[in-house]
Design a protein around this ligand. Sequence first.
Ligand code: ADP
Length: 257
Amino acid sequence: PARPIFSEQLPVGLQKISSIVAVSSCKGGVGKSTVAVNLAYSLAGMGARVGIFDADVYGPSLPTMVSPENRLLEMNPEKGTIIPTEYLGVKLVSFGFAGQGRAIMRGPMVSGVINQLLTTAEWGELDYLVVDMPPGTGDIQLTLCQVVPLTAAVIVTTPQKLAFIDVAKGVRMFSKLKVPCVAVVENMCHFDADGKRYYPFGRGSGSQVVEQFGIPHLFDLPIRPTLSASGDSGMPEVVANPQGEVAKTFQNLGICV
Ligand code: ADP
């Protein structure tokens, strides 16, 4: 879904972005950043102008997952704006590129830093800004959703039952904010070994979410050593292996957002 661009009610930095997509999870470690980064590079691979905003100030993943040449964000002192760094044509902003390490901050401070980074960045004209949300559904996430006019949300989860309860929380948060949840990504759902397929976390909770909440799309991502290796090497899987099964999944996800 896209909204009319150049809307004047938006913070200046966001005015020329047509779709802002949140990638969200209710727990850490389920693969949210992996999905955000690969979704962004998949969209860019289809010809879109894309940015990634890593909103996880406590544990920013973007500096590990992509390797821009210039690892620091520059300031434009006259305009007081931040110039995103760039890798393979995708604009990147993360607290991890701000020249400070992991921060110890209280919630309101975190929200302030996130909002400042996001709204003062010179994103320019973008078709998509992918926002890698901080995990959870607390105040930081709510504040972020109120500042940023999200056009769609993608929820990432693993297949356990417990994860289902968490996903439900996420869906409720976005529906209260009138942001459509367009897809659930069930990550680490299976792996193949010795000619067999294994489902280490069980099956079925993704389809339960989709049915119960009327979310139009469900995508499965397998456990793949290449996915974690590409996350560590700074080269997203969809770029490293553009013809692979994972790249195809992200192309289909890209079409939904
Ligand atoms: P989150 O953003 O939810 O904290 P990450 O995307 O950082 O999660 O993923 C956590 C770790 O799991 C990372 O090391 C990542 O490379 C790895 N990982 C995520 N998804 C997969 C997968 N499908 N197969 C293999 N490794 C994965």
